[in-house]
Design a protein around this ligand. Structure first.
Ligand code: ARG
Length: 464
């Protein structure tokens, strides 16, 4: 079929160029946004008397039919259109003739694609936002069940101080809380309607941009037409938000991978969410977590793609910008897939408190509490630290835990030690006494759960 822009050319485009140039294979997913945008535009053209009202009505009606037919699979995306915008306009014109040809009055594909992408990204931000809140809810639920489940906390992956599984899960809930806020922030910044920017320099027609804005549910219209067609900041921001989110999911995945190894055995994954080996009959592998960890890389890649294709582009539109789509779409698809599989996997895994406790009772994670015991009885902290260090040294030699030492052995290092030391360095005391704001004490974790619970409730409204 002859190109819409064939007028000034004396040759048809080379096949390799057509294939290279075409974005329809991947931008066809914008059909809904494209038709929604065109419908608003046509209504505005009719209302402003830029095209006859009856033709505007015919356009709007036929666009509705086309949308329905695409959704029902009755229209296939042919490969002779250059992109989704040309594709929809071609079908419309085939069906309603001249009226269809008037749709593009005072519009360019440059502001059209800018609009479509914004509509799409806004929609997907709302979807991802909902999935993150679902995951946070899951973390909250698990935390509430495990406010007393003692496990070792680590630094340098060395056993450090006791925490609880609930406390641990709340750390991840707080990371996701920031992810939710970041997405809301990106949404708010990008909530401007670019249609009416034209190719780059606005238009001579008496358009009503605010009317289009209102129909499409944007908070404002873009202020400058050059910026309106060339701004892809929101693609970078979205990919950046999603990269950070994936980094969080990847860290959680890594922990789960460690925790279900025989070395830790803090959790057991459900059979439905694990995979086997083709040769080793005993294997039960955490493939889901490994894939989430691995897929983090492709979301980072999308961020690099957007940052790089925009760098050095002169104003306004350049075809380089077509590269935003595959990157942004892939990042969105990847994140949604990961969240959708992570939640049920997490929900069905079994926590093994006994194993956590066993791990916590070795490695002297109550050593700080032993030093604190002395400090609270008046010994300066540095001295208490030194005494406890000597005790730990003795325990290592004797292959004992601090709690296994006799009172005589304690007293040999300091007369201050009394019978109450055993209670002070008991793991559940160690956790219960860490009541400082943000700490692992059960009542404190309950408070944290409350904060996240209220956050989830308050932020659900964003999706509607
Ligand atoms: N498919 C193009 C894109 O995604 C649409 C805009 C094309 N504009 C143009 N002047 N060639 O960026």
């Amino acid at each position: 079929m002859a190109k819409m822009w064939a007028g000034r050319f004396s040759k048809t485009t080379d096949k390799t160029v057509d294939d290279f140039n075409s974005s329809l294979p991947f931008d066809n997913r914008l059909y809904r946004e494209d038709i929604t945008g065109s419908t608003a535009h046509a209504k505005m053209l009719g209302k402003q008397g830029i095209i006859p009202q009856d033709e505007a009505d015919r356009i709007v009606k036929e666009l509705g039919v086309i949308l329905k037919e695409i959704e029902e699979g009755k229209i296939a995306f042919s490969d002779d259109a250059e992109d989704i915008h040309m594709f929809v306009e071609q079908i419309l014109t085939e069906r309603i003739g001249d009226a269809g040809k008037r749709l593009h009055t005072s519009r360019s594909r440059n502001d059209q694609v800018a609009l479509d992408m914004r509509l799409y990204v806004k929609k997907e931000i709302r979807n991802i936002h909902a999935l993150i809140l679902d995951m946070m809810q899951e973390l909250n639920k698990s935390a509430a069940e495990h406010t007393e489940t003692v496990m070792p906390g680590y630094t340098h992956l060395q056993r450090a101080q006791p925490v609880t599984f609930g406390h641990y899960m709340m750390a991840y809930a707080n990371m996701l809380k920031r992810d939710v806020k970041r997405l809301e922030n990106t949404y708010e910044l990008m909530d401007e309607m670019p249609l009416g920017s034209g190719a780059l320099a606005g238009t001579t027609y008496p358009i009503d941009r605010d009317y289009v804005r209102e129909q499409l549910g944007f908070a404002a219209v873009t202020e400058n037409s050059l910026d309106g067609v060339s701004d892809r900041d929101y693609c970078i921001e979205l990919c950046s938000d999603l990269s950070i989110l994936m980094m969080h999911l990847s860290r959680l995945s890594e922990e789960i991978i460690l925790w279900c190894s025989w070395e830790f055995k803090f959790i057991e994954l459900d059979d439905a969410f694990s995979t086997g080996s083709s040769i080793m009959p005993q294997k039960k592998n955490p493939d889901v977590c490994e894939l989430i960890r691995g897929k983090t890389g492709r979301v980072y890649g999308a961020l690099m793609t957007c940052l790089t294709f925009l760098k050095g582009l002169p104003l306004a539109y350049n075809k380089d910008m077509q590269e935003d789509k595959e990157a942004v779409f892939d990042a969105i698809d990847t994140v949604k897939m990961c969240l959708k599989v992570l939640k049920p996997m997490f929900e069905t895994m079994t926590v093994l408190p006994e194993n956590m406790k066993r791990a916590a009772s070795r490695g002297f994670i109550n050593a700080t509490d032993c030093a604190d015991y002395l400090t609270k009885k008046g010994v300066p902290f540095r001295d208490a630290y030194h005494i406890t260090g000597q005790l730990v040294g003795e325990c290592v030699k004797k292959e004992k835990g601090l709690g296994d030492l006799t009172l005589e052995e304690f007293k040999a290092h300091s007369e201050i030690f009394g019978e109450d030391v055993y209670h002070a360095i008991d793991l559940s005391t160690c956790v219960k006494e860490r009541k400082s704001f943000g700490g692992p004490a059960p009542e404190e974790v309950e408070r944290q759960i409350g904060v996240i619970g209220r956050f989830i409730e308050a932020h659900r409204a964003f999706e509607s």
